[in-house]
Design a protein around this ligand. Structure first.
Ligand code: GAP
Length: 453
């Protein structure tokens, strides 16, 4: 089998995502809505596993972080104070030949002459700023007074609720507020599948601290976040921590790292980890006239806390998980002859379906009944898929292709027909090693729970 090129690999991934129900183009039957994607039955499980694991390690396993879930519709004053109304824009250029709207960094530079990447045209307009926020109107009056925005990041609602959450949680610095939710940006040119979308989800933590702790916590969170990606199956060598240079960094940030991943279409950002100083809380304090200060009971001082923000994209991480998991290799067919297989090698923690359950023969009542018993035994603990149709090798292949890490086969040994000592045991197959082990049915839940934890 020849190794696919990066662009062929990406095409295969996009096609698998559609074919097996991970990701569909939004409004596809009407020609599609550019920059919007719908997650199918497997995609939604993968995404949920990712978000649940993030929430587990960032909130539940810590004493110093609480969660919130803010509104998407945002008061214009919030985004004026944060600087988004004035400055959340990308420089845009139009190609007069093919009418494409382009981000300035997408132009091709041929011997110092800028060209359109679509048609090669050189007749380009001057750059102008294009605000990326989606504006809407609240209620019936469609005028200036009714403007609201769909939030371009989840972070601002955390800053705006800082005082309420501080009061109810009674946390002491340093402490964090976490949120997972939708964000919207009217990207000039959505591309690379779900990588740059107009509607996407973020997983953000705002970790509030004293000024003198900021730089140290920036390093701490960078390390924690790199560990997180390794724990979901992205190898360290494909992750890169890029220190954002002064001229690219937001003016208020004292230090920012981009965590990047080697996608098939190039090295691209998964997450930003930024020390944002006291900029956000100070801006909202100034604009709202409400104190957002913290009172330190030991030193009796009042001050506006600083913040370190690890901000990750759900959709980009899901895409990285799929790209990382995609593999083509060889596996034995029914007769032991090697054949090509497509396999998604998801970390068991992330896999949408954890275990396939297969009666060796679909028309043997005893095998089928035993298989259904095992489904009922496992279902309270994990996602399970029962498959009784087709040759067993085909059934394994179908589960390999969607990344199911374990398969349980119920055969005549299970019924104790040949050897009574094997009654109520099954074969447990590992997707990656393809090794099979014989285990007691009663031990299955704990064996599998340990492997997917
Ligand atoms: N609160 C900080 C913030 O929003 P950002 O770097 O603009 O920072 C954080 O966004 C993360 O959100 C990115 O690293 C990326 O994973 C995700 N993200 C941003 N824009 C996106 C888009 N158009 N499509 C998909 N994900 C996006």
């Amino acid at each position: 089998m020849t190794t696919p090129t990066d662009s062929q690999r990406m095409e295969k991934i996009v096609s698998l995502c559609k074919r097996r129900g991970f990701i569909f183009q939004s409004s596809e039957i009407y020609g599609g809505l550019n920059g919007a994607w719908d997650y199918g039955p497997l995609g939604v499980e993968l995404k949920r596993n990712l978000k649940n694991y993030w929430w587990r390690v960032m909130v539940h396993e810590r004493d110093d972080v609480v969660g919130m879930d803010g509104a998407i519709l945002t008061h214009p004053e919030v985004l004026r104070a944060s600087g988004h109304v004035e400055g959340f824009s990308d420089p845009m250029i139009d190609c007069r030949s093919c009418k494409a709207h382009l981000r300035i960094d997408q132009l091709i530079d041929k011997k110092g002459v800028k060209q359109c990447p679509n048609c090669g045209g050189k007749d380009l307009t001057e750059a102008r700023q294009f605000n990326l926020m989606f504006e809407t109107h609240l209620g019936a009056a469609a005028d200036e007074s009714s403007i609201a925005y769909l939030r371009p990041e989840t972070a601002q609602s955390i800053f705006v609720q800082f005082k309420n959450i501080l009061e109810v949680s009674r946390k002491k610095l340093p402490f964090g507020i976490a949120q997972i939710g939708k964000a919207f940006r009217n990207e000039i040119n959505p591309r690379n599948f779900t990588f740059r979308s107009r509607e996407f989800e973020q997983m953000e933590l705002e970790y509030f601290c004293r000024a003198e702790e900021g730089m140290q916590l920036l390093d701490y969170w960078l390390k924690e976040r790199l560990k997180f990606y390794e724990n979901i199956g992205i190898p360290r060598e494909k992750l890169h921590a890029r220190e954002v240079p002064d001229d690219e960094r937001a003016f208020y940030s004292k230090g920012t790292y981009d965590i990047e991943y080697d996608f098939p279409f190039g090295r691209q950002e998964l997450e930003g980890v930024a020390y944002r100083t006291d900029y956000d809380l100070s801006q909202h304090q100034k604009a709202s006239g409400k104190s957002l200060e913290y009172f330190d009971e030991e030193t009796k001082q009042r001050f506006v806390p600083h913040v370190v923000e690890p901000s990750a994209g759900v959709d980009r991480t899901v895409l990285a998980l799929i790209c990382e998991a995609y593999a083509e290799d060889q596996a034995p067919d029914e007769k032991g002859k090697m054949e090509a297989r497509v396999v998604l090698r998801f970390h068991p923690r992330m896999a949408p379906i954890k275990c396939g359950v297969f009666p060796l023969l679909k028309n043997n009542e005893q095998l089928v009944a035993k298989a259904k018993e095992i489904v009922d035994l496992l279902r309270p603990h994990m996602t399970v898929f029962y498959d009784g149709s087709g040759a067993i090798g085909r059934r394994y292949r179908r589960q390999d292709e969607i990344g199911t890490p374990f398969g349980v086969t119920i055969d005549f040994e299970t019924l104790g027909e040949k050897d009574a000592s094997l009654r109520d045991t099954v074969t447990l197959r590992d997707r990656d090693s393809m090794k099979q082990e014989r285990v007691a049915i009663k031990d299955l839940p704990s064996i599998l729970r340990d492997r997917i934890a």
